[in-house]
Ligand binder design. Sequence first.
Ligand SMILES: [Zn+2]
Length: 101
Amino acid sequence: MNGTGRAARCSICSQLAAQESAYQKYGWAEGDTHLPGAAYRLVIVKDLKPNSDRKLQLQQCPECGTYYEHKTDYEYLVNGTEDEQHLARLSDEEAGEYLQA
Ligand SMILES: [Zn+2]
């Protein structure tokens, strides 16, 4: 079974698109976006940049086992920061590469 079919029947993954992004820009709160609540139910399997402020994590759905890549980024500005979060669904092959990394 491929990851997409499995995810479509999962109560968590069915609320997540294959790619999700969110941004929070300083001084523009009305333009802020956030990842869907379901994204926060994923569990961290592997932290690939444990010493970095910019995260790169392999996450997994606790219900169906689908893997996701969770990345964060930010920029320091004179008057604050801009933050980004990205979530991408992975195939089992892609997740396997992360697990071996
Ligand atoms: Zn799932």
